[in-house]
Design a protein around this ligand. Structure first.
Ligand code: EZ4
Ligand code: CO
Length: 403
């Protein structure tokens, strides 16, 4: 099972994706997602210039050894670029191992622990009425869980609210990020009314989620969590900036609204305190940004000890390759909570043919050997990379703020 080739494919079928493809001497192939939104080419270079050459001739079956070799051997540990690059190698090697064993990857991880993977969809609207109607569309489509985001009166652009109802994409093309103005007071006065309107219109028979996108201070987040209690959120996501782990204590002291965080974390050390002190309820780390299936499994296992459940990030910038890998892990771990799912555009789905499917509010991984996902390289080559970035937020006095 020697590795004969490893190469990076950058493509933009509507948005940018970076994919690593590994081929063994026996002709087995595996794919791994390496997409880091807005910093795609940094990971592509890390892989092409520093990693691909190291893989040639190595035994593809030795996933743990290769993981440690790339992580410890680099000297410079952690960080999103490094961990996304290692994730891509790890994911591709699990794909190959599955194909070599003739089994879907979830079998290698211990088999199914549940029938399917509950996902949440993204309802958003410029006004409360729009957002409430969008929640209804998701419920009609069979979703059991819906995240709701809404424009805020007095603010022109609000992150997470899009004009395109079907395919939401927060990054915009251009050489520099778009800039928007943010005011927490306006948002805090408004948000509880949004949850009330959604529950009034659609009842309590589904899970309702909301993302604060790291914008609040701990005491503001505590206030929002408390105000949201009557509407029984499944979770309040990213209430404060992710660096301040101690800050979650303040939120916890004041509210029973469950807390989710972790989409920008890339290692177990980033969330160790949050998990072991039970300051959160859901950990949102993903396959692509947290070191692949191998490392994410460690995070999930630590979380299980402390009754923290999984809730992996799954926005459009995580490619179908990441989604396939996430589903194999989600379906097998004991402490699965929920999986984020934003539909990709038809162009993206064509470039990444995959066998996972949506059924009755759940995603089901494919049953063929490996991950059940591939990249159509010829098609990918028709969509060259385009610079695109997430927006930057400023407060009303001009200060750069978390988005
Ligand atoms: O900001 O995927 O929960 N989902 C989100 C997303 C993230 C982007 C970052 O690349 O918060 O919109
Ligand atoms: Co988020």
């Amino acid at each position: 099972m020697k590795i004969a080739d490893a190469r990076v494919i950058v493509t933009c079928p509507g948005r940018n994706f970076v994919t690593l493809k590994i081929t063994t001497e026996s002709g087995l192939t595996g794919v791994g997602d390496a997409t880091l939104n807005g910093r795609e080419l940094a990971v592509a270079s890390y892989l092409t210039d520093h990693v691909c050459g190291l893989l040639i001739g190595r035994d593809a079956s030795r996933i743990n050894d290769i993981w440690q070799y790339l992580y410890k051997g680099a000297y410079w540990r952690r960080g999103p670029v490094t961990m996304s690059a290692i994730a891509a190698v790890d994911t591709a090697l699990w794909d190959i191992k599955g194909k070599a064993a003739g089994m879907p990857v979830y079998q290698l991880l211990g088999g199914k622990a549940r029938a399917g993977v509950m996902v949440y969809g993204h309802a958003n609207g410029a006004t409360v009425d729009d957002a409430v109607a969008e929640v209804g569309r998701y419920l009609d489509a069979g979703y059991k869980a819906v995240r709701v985001q809404c424009g805020v009166p007095g603010l022109e652009h609000v992150y997470g609210v899009s004009d395109d109802r079907d395919f939401y994409e927060p990054a915009t093309a251009g050489v520099a990020p778009e800039e928007a103005v943010w005011a927490s007071e306006k948002y805090l006065d408004f948000a509880p009314g949004l949850f009330a309107a959604v529950r009034e219109a659609h009842g309590f028979g589904f899970h309702l989620l909301h993302d604060a996108h790291h914008r609040l201070t701990p005491i503001e987040a505590a206030r929002l969590g408390k105000a949201a209690e009557p509407y029984r959120l499944f979770w309040l996501e990213d209430p404060i900036s992710e660096e301040l782990q101690e800050g979650f204590r303040t939120i916890r002291q004041h509210t029973t609204t469950p807390i989710a965080v972790g989409e920008v974390y890339n290692s177990i050390w980033d969330c160790q305190q949050l998990i072991t002190e039970q300051l959160i309820d859901y950990i949102r780390t993903t396959v692509v940004h947290a070191g692949g299936i191998t490392h994410l499994r460690r995070i999930f296992d630590l979380a299980a000890l402390y009754h923290v459940r999984t809730g992996s990030h799954g926005a459009t910038d995580l490619s179908p390759v990441c989604m396939a890998a996430a589903l194999h892990l989600d379906i097998s771990v004991p402490n699965f909570g929920i999986q984020e799912y934003m539909r990709h555009t038809p162009e993206t789905d064509e470039v990444f043919p995959h066998s996972y499917r949506f059924e009755d509010g759940m995603l089901l991984p494919g049953d063929e050997p490996g991950l059940g996902v591939d990249i159509d390289e010829e098609l990918a080559a028709r969509y060259p990379y385009r610079q695109a970035y997430l927006p930057v937020n400023r407060l009303e006095d001009g200060t750069v703020h978390d988005w």
